[in-house]
Design a protein around this ligand. Sequence first.
Ligand code: NCD
Length: 311
Amino acid sequence: MSNPFYNRDVISVKDFSRDELLGLFKTTDLICELPTEDRLRLCRGRILASLFYEPSTRTRLSFEAAMMWTGGTVIGFADPQVSSAVKGEKLADTIRVVEGYADLIVLRHPLEGAARFAASVSTKPVINGGSGSEEHPTQAMLDLYTIYREAGGIDGLNIGVLGDLKYGRTVYSLLYGLANFRVVVYLISPPMLKIRPEALYELHGRIRVEELERVEDCIEALDVLYVTRIQKERFPDPREYEQVRGSYRITLNTLKKAKGRLLLMHPLPRVDEISPEVDSSPHAVYFKQAHYGKIVRAALLAMILNEDLPS
Ligand code: NCD
């Protein structure tokens, strides 16, 4: 099978075509079916460096689990305070050293552009595990896979994205990924957290986008509702955060008028934007979505590291 992900950086979801994304999803399904011995051969003898300069639970642990699940091993740090960054080492130097220890690098960093910069320095593939409020491409890949798997496809769906559309990086990557499919997107946020113009510019002419302030005004039309957390840590002024705090919350009542098959998604962590009573409703797929993170990332690692994959 010819593999377009081989030896490639994953910096923005914009760099991947519809066919490439669908190919990743097919490989994900295929890897899940492999006998254990064959799966463990995919990344055997390979080393992933996991460099996290910002807090993470799912992204780091699912990448690490994915590498081990496919037979590889992991080095890295989960907190820059235990790395030479505290001694003043520059990111470029860290990358130059780590590329000598590992076969590929996953980087999460608070600065926009950090992953692209690291990729320009590194001779080994770099995966963006979240770059400031800019992008989180592998989250979008697992989000799209969740829709593809749980709804049986992506084309033809009405997709609501609710919450902090200004600072939430998962939103940008998801929208750029959705632009490859025939969907209608409802962007739902308080006025202060509206989408940044760059995304509207990017989506213009590719998919239909509607902007709203209240989820109640479109809930009946939706096939997917993707909820996000207010990104408190990215607000330049804490008073701005206080003005929007708690301004939206999904409860069982919100979902009363929803289609029976509505998928309720969230990249997690959740704070208070989805009431825990919703967790046991058939709509809630956010924990499943997090579990899909491991298998999609395993497929991605296997594809980057192997020119030919079993088909
Ligand atoms: C997100 C992130 O880090 O951008 N989390 C994740 O990777 N699943 C979302 C968030 O922090 O709200």
